[in-house]
Design a protein around this ligand. Structure first.
Ligand code: NDP
Length: 275
């Protein structure tokens, strides 16, 4: 029989590691599927979805810049997609388009399953208020941290997010917002969801927030530790990059589509070695 078909849609897309990750998951679990990159013109996302569905494609991952459009075109959405306001995983089911967001769970699972760090009861600082930050807030709150502080260059955006997510907070965590310079030095987990690392910059938080016992997570990853990781480690913090988040969000998408959870450890090792 023909393998079930999945794609990752973006523009650009050539750099995407998703086909490699899903091919490894499929080989490991014996799932009969094929997974390809699909480059779509900036104004062609809706047409591309229509064509994929007509051709019998079963699902898609969605990356920059189409996550908001994927949200809007979804006929049904998971709660975590609704909260994130963005969709990175689509499941096609007849004429229905199920939209989900696995980015946040990817981050949380990477921390919980692959490090000794506990989020429950921890004081968490989230740097950034863009798409990546939005996607992780609900899964972080679900772990019941003592505090979740969102800090951003444009403070109003952080305040908007803190306000918006109160409805999902159930009063359990101290959920607040501030500017980078006002960050207090009393956090256990610091997550960099800014794109500053892309230009080798640091979000200008006081250096004292990084110290021994702090776990610093950069969503960015690469062959070498990022500038954020090096800065955090130079002040005594333990630092981790975002490769695990990428692999765990893919594993969650694989589970959404196939109902099977791949073992991410060997895939992480293989991708790390190939960076
Ligand atoms: P957005 O463009 O939506 O948001 C960018 C954020 O970074 C904003 O909060 C912006 O602040 C802030 N920012 C940009 N430049 C600087 C700077 N020089 N100094 C301080 N803050 C800055 O991007 P995304 O949220 O989509 O992506 C953020 C990062 O997360 C990227 O590096 C991306 O690669 C990574 N990512 C990793 C994933 C993974 O699986 N590992 C998944 C998704 C994203 P302002 O609001 O003031 O403009």
């Amino acid at each position: 029989s023909q393998p079930d078909r999945y794609v990752v849609i973006g523009n650009p897309i050539a750099h995407s590691k998703s086909p490699d990750i899903h091919a490894r998951f499929a080989a490991q679990t014996g799932e009969h599927l094929q997974y390809e990159r699909l480059l779509v013109p900036l104004d062609g996302f809706a047409d591309a979805l229509g064509n994929l569905m007509k051709s019998g494609c079963r699902g898609a991952n969605v990356t920059v810049p189409f996550k908001l459009e994927a949200f809007e075109l979804s006929s049904q959405r998971s709660e975590r997609a609704e909260a994130a306001g963005a969709v990175n995983t689509l499941r096609f089911d007849g004429t229905d388009i199920h939209g989900d967001n696995t980015d946040g769970v990817g981050l949380v699972n990477d921390i919980l399953c692959n490090t000794p760090v506990r989020i429950k009861g921890a004081r968490v600082l989230l740097l950034g208020a863009g798409g990546a930050a939005r996607g992780v807030i609900l899964p972080l709150l679900a772990q019941e941290p003592a505090a979740l502080c969102i800090a951003n260059r444009t403070v109003a955006k952080a305040e908007e997010l803190a306000e918006r997510f109160q409805q999902w907070n159930a009063g359990k965590s101290r959920l607040e917002a501030c500017g980078f310079e006002q960050v207090a030095p009393d956090f256990d987990i610091i997550i960099n969801a800014t794109s500053a690392s892309l230009s080798a910059e640091l979000p200008p938080v006081p250096a004292a927030v990084f110290r021994e016992g702090v776990f610093a997570y950069d969503m960015m990853y690469g062959k070498e530790p990022t500038v954020f990781m090096r800065h955090a480690a130079s002040h005594g913090a333990t630092a981790r990059d975002g490769l695990g988040m990428l692999i765990e969000q893919a594993a969650e998408a694989f589970f959404v589509w196939r109902g099977v959870r791949p073992d991410t450890g060997p895939v992480h090792n293989a991708l790390r070695a190939a960076l």
